[in-house]
Design a protein around this ligand. Structure first.
Ligand code: ADP
Length: 381
C-alpha cells in the first residue's frame, strides 16, 4: 500500500497564525499541505483526486464550515474531512459527522492527537486508493490477456489465410515451368524464379511471425533444462550453416536452467545462427559461456563477425529491423523473438559490440531449482 504521506492535505483555517501552526505540524511530519484562510480560496484549490484529507475549521468568514464540507465532498467524495473546531459545539460537530465528516478534533489538542487523527484519515483514503489501484490493475491485466489472446488468434488465422494463396502462387509457378518451360523465353523463367523466391521468403516471414506471436503461450512446461542438450540440438539444426562457414563453436560448461526447452532452443539457435551468419573474412569462432548472477545465470554468446554500431543496439531487437540487405538473408524477427523468450523467463538481453570486431550477446535465465537435499546419512543404504 502506498505511504499515508501520499495523501495531500487541504487545511482551512481563518486565523493565519493558527493555520501556520497547523501547517507546520503536518509538514514536519512529512505531509504536503495546502493552507487556505477562507472557504472561497479552499474551493478554488479543490479538484477531484488532488487532496486525500481536509482539515476544516467550522467557523469561517465567508461560508459555514458544514457548507464547505458539503462542497468538498461534492467535488471529491473520497476526501476524508476532519472538522477542526474551537467552539467545541457538540451540535455542529454532530451535524458535520452526519454530513459526511470523517472525524473531528478540538483546536487546542496536542500535536500528537492532531497527527493521530490525520494519519487515520490518510490511511483510510490511501487504503481506498490502493484498493482502486488494485482493481484497475486487475481489470487492465484481464484486458491485456484478452487482447493478447485475440491477437494470437488473429495471427493464426491471418497466417493460415496467407499461406494458402502463397501455396497457390508457388504451386502454379512450378506447374508453369514444368509444363511450359520449354516454350517460355529465358527472361520469363527468371521472372518465375523471382516469384518463387519471394513466395518462399514470405512463407518464412509468416512462420517467424507466428512463432513470435506464440511465445507468450509456450508449448513446453517450465522445468529444469540441460543446456548442453539444447546446444547439441542447435548444432544439429545449424549443421549446414556451421559447415558452410567452417565455424568453430566453443562451449564452456553450462548449467541447467529453469525454462521452456523448445523456446531455449529457439533462443540459442537464433543467436548462434546470427553469430555464424554475420561473419566477415576471418575464420568464424563462436564462444558460449556462462557465469552465475544471483539466482540467475548470465550467458554470453560471442562472435568475431562484422559487429554492430552502438546506435543500432536497441533497434535490432524490434520486429523486422535489419541492418543489412539481401547479402545476409533473414526476416528481422530473430532478435525480437529472443527478447520475448528471455523476458518470458524473467531475464533480460543486451549486447556489446564494435563494428569490425565482433559482437557479444548477453542474456540471463533463472537457475534450475536446486537439486533435492541428499537424505541423512543414517537413511542411506
Ligand atoms: P535477421 O537475422 O533475420 O536479420 P535478427 O532479428 O536476428 O534478424 O537480427 C536483426 C539484425 O541485427 C540483423 O539483420 C543484423 O543486422 C543484426 N545482427 C544480429 N546479430 C548480429 C551479429 N551477431 N553480428 C552482427 N549483426 C547482427
Amino acid at each position: 500500500m502506498p505511504s499515508e504521506k501520499f495523501a495531500r492535505i487541504l487545511a482551512v483555517e481563518d486565523s493565519a497564525a493558527e493555520l501556520r501552526l497547523l501547517t507546520d505540524i503536518l509538514e514536519e511530519d512529512g505531509f504536503q499541505v495546502i493552507g487556505c484562510t477562507s472557504a472561497t480560496e479552499a474551493i478554488r484549490q479543490l479538484e477531484p483526486g488532488r487532496f486525500g484529507v481536509g482539515v476544516v475549521d467550522l467557523l469561517l468568514p465567508d461560508l459555514d464550515g458544514i457548507a464547505l464540507l458539503q462542497e468538498i465532498l461534492k467535488i471529491d467524495p473520497d476526501v476524508r474531512v476532519i472538522i477542526y473546531t474551537g467552539a467545541s459545539s457538540f451540535d455542529s460537530v454532530k451535524e458535520a459527522l452526519n454530513a459526511g465528516a470523517f472525524g473531528y478534533i478540538e483546536k487546542l489538542s496536542d500535536p500528537g492527537e492532531l497527527l493521530r487523527h490525520v494519519h487515520r484519515a490518510a490511511r483510510a483514503r490511501v487504503g481506498r486508493y490502493a484498493a482502486d489501484l488494485e482493481a484497475a490493475v486487475a481489470k487492465r491485466t484481464e484486458e491485456l490477456a484478452r487482447s493478447n489472446q485475440e491477437l494470437q488468434a488473429f495471427a493464426s488465422v491471418v497466417a493460415h489465410d496467407l499461406r494458402s494463396p502463397l501455396l497457390t502462387i508457388s504451386g502454379y509457378c512450378e506447374i508453369l515451368v514444368e509444363e511450359f518451360g520449354l516454350q517460355l523465353p529465358q527472361g520469363a523463367i527468371e521472372y518465375l524464379d523471382h516469384i518463387t523466391l519471394a513466395a518462399g521468403r514470405m512463407g518464412r516471414l509468416i512462420d517467424d511471425l507466428l512463432d513470435y506471436s506464440r511465445v507468450g503461450r509456450g508449448r513446453d512446461p517450465m522445468r529444469a533444462v540441460d543446456l548442453h542438450a539444447v546446444v547439441d540440438q542447435v548444432r544439429a539444426n545449424l549443421d549446414a550453416a556451421i559447415r558452410d562457414a567452417d565455424a568453430k563453436i566453443e562451449v564452456e560448461r553450462l548449467p541447467a536452467v529453469r525454462g521452456d526447452q523448445t523456446q531455449l532452443i529457439q533462443l540459442f539457435q537464433n543467436l548462434v545462427g546470427n553469430a555464424v551468419k554475420f561473419r566477415d573474412t576471418r575464420p568464424v569462432v563462436v564462444r558460449i559461456r556462462c557465469e552465475a548472477e544471483g539466482a540467475m545465470h548470465r550467458f554470453a554468446i560471442a562472435d568475431n563477425g562484422i559487429g554492430i554500431a552502438p546506435k543500432d543496439f536497441e533497434r535490432i531487437f524490434l520486429v523486422f529491423q535489419r541492418l543489412h540487405g539481401k547479402e545476409y538473408p533473414g526476416t528481422g524477427i530473430g532478435l525480437a523473438l529472443c527478447q520475448k523468450i528471455v523476458e518470458r523467463h524473467g531475464g533480460r538481453i543486451w549486447l556489446e559490440s564494435q563494428p569490425g570486431q565482433g559482437s557479444t550477446f548477453y542474456f540471463t535465465l533463472p537457475a534450475a531449482d536446486p537439486l533435492p537435499a541428499p537424505p541423512p546419512i543414517n537413511d542411506r543404504a
